[in-house]
Design a protein around this ligand. Structure first.
Ligand SMILES: Nc1ncnc2c1ncn2[C@@H]1O[C@H](COP(=O)(O)OP(=O)(O)OP(=O)(O)O)[C@@H](O)[C@H]1O
Length: 250
């Protein structure tokens, strides 16, 4: 399988502290890949490195063969990697519709001429409505984003990220702070709306990870100690010792 996102020997130091200590990671095209690990393992740091919010101390990151490291978050987003809940920001005073139309227009402005011609038939407003519909926010189109319930705001953030039409989507704890029902609905939403795209997800809830993802990488102490299918990760003795422990027995 082709790797779409590839990390080789990635190192990040903060002063004398080496937080990411030589990470190799291959995220395959079209897969949903989870990054798990104990608190402080370096998951957020790794996300910041991939999305261009932090500079590498060593190693390289490629997206479809193109070097990402050294580029700005905006340049990385233009290359097709979007990070939900970071790159996109909701404008609270604007309605759901206005937020989405703005994101759609922003993408179209930078689209190639060929793409513009192909899409000339579709109006940005129409696309904004369709994107709201996809995340079940159509009834809330005219609601100021600030007035949405928490789970609805997260759904809008997802829709705004997808409006960039990225090939690779990074999701940072997409169900954090949600009730069990909201989290289950969010997993369905993510599965449906990201069909055909590549996902890299940091998530603490093992139930969510096992339901959502095709493969899991386990980060411990700045190193990837295992990458495998969920069942293999659950029964990997090293992983159980390092991280999962009772969570798997439960
Ligand atoms: N800017 C920084 N300067 C110095 N140390 C940092 C910086 N950012 C993160 N760290 C340290 O790097 C380590 C890894 O942090 P990180 O937030 O990446 O872990 P994490 O796996 O995302 O943890 P959590 O699951 O708790 O969110 C921590 O020890 C943290 O204190």
């Amino acid at each position: 399988m082709t790797a779409t996102l590839e990390l080789k020997g990635v190192v990040k130091r903060f002063g004398p502290a080496e937080i990411i200590r030589g990470v190799d990671l291959r995220v395959l095209r079209g897969e949903r890949h989870a990054l798990i690990g104990p608190n402080g393992a370096g998951k957020s740091t790794l996300f910041h490195l991939v999305s261009g919010h932090l500079r590498l101390s060593g190693g390289e990151i490629r997206l479809g063969g193109t070097r990402l490291d050294g580029r700005s978050p905006a340049a990385i987003a233009r290359l097709g990697l979007a990070r939900s809940f970071q790159i996109t920001s909701i404008f609270g005073g604007m309605s759901v519709f206005e937020n989405l139309r703005l994101a759609v227009l922003a993408r179209r402005r930078r689209a190639t001429v060929a793409w513009r011609l192909a899409s000339a038939m579709t109006d940005a407003a129409e696309e904004a409505v369709a994107r709201a519909e996809a995340v079940r926010l159509r009834p809330r189109l005219d609601t100021p984003a600030a007035d949405l319930a928490y789970a609805e705001q997260r759904a809008l953030e997802l829709a705004l990220t997808l409006a960039l039409d990225p090939g690779v989507v990074l999701l940072d704890e997409p169900t954090a702070g949600m009730s069990a029902e909201e989290a289950a609905a969010t997993v369905d939403l993510i599965r449906r709306t990201t069909e055909g795209r590549t996902l890299l997800v940091v998530e603490h809830d093992m139930d969510i990870v096992f339901r959502l993802c095709d493969r899991i990488s386990v980060l411990v102490n700045g190193r990837v100690v295992a990458t495998d299918a969920p069942a293999a990760i659950a029964s990997n003795p090293d992983v159980r010792t390092a991280y999962l422990g009772d969570a798997v027995d439960a």
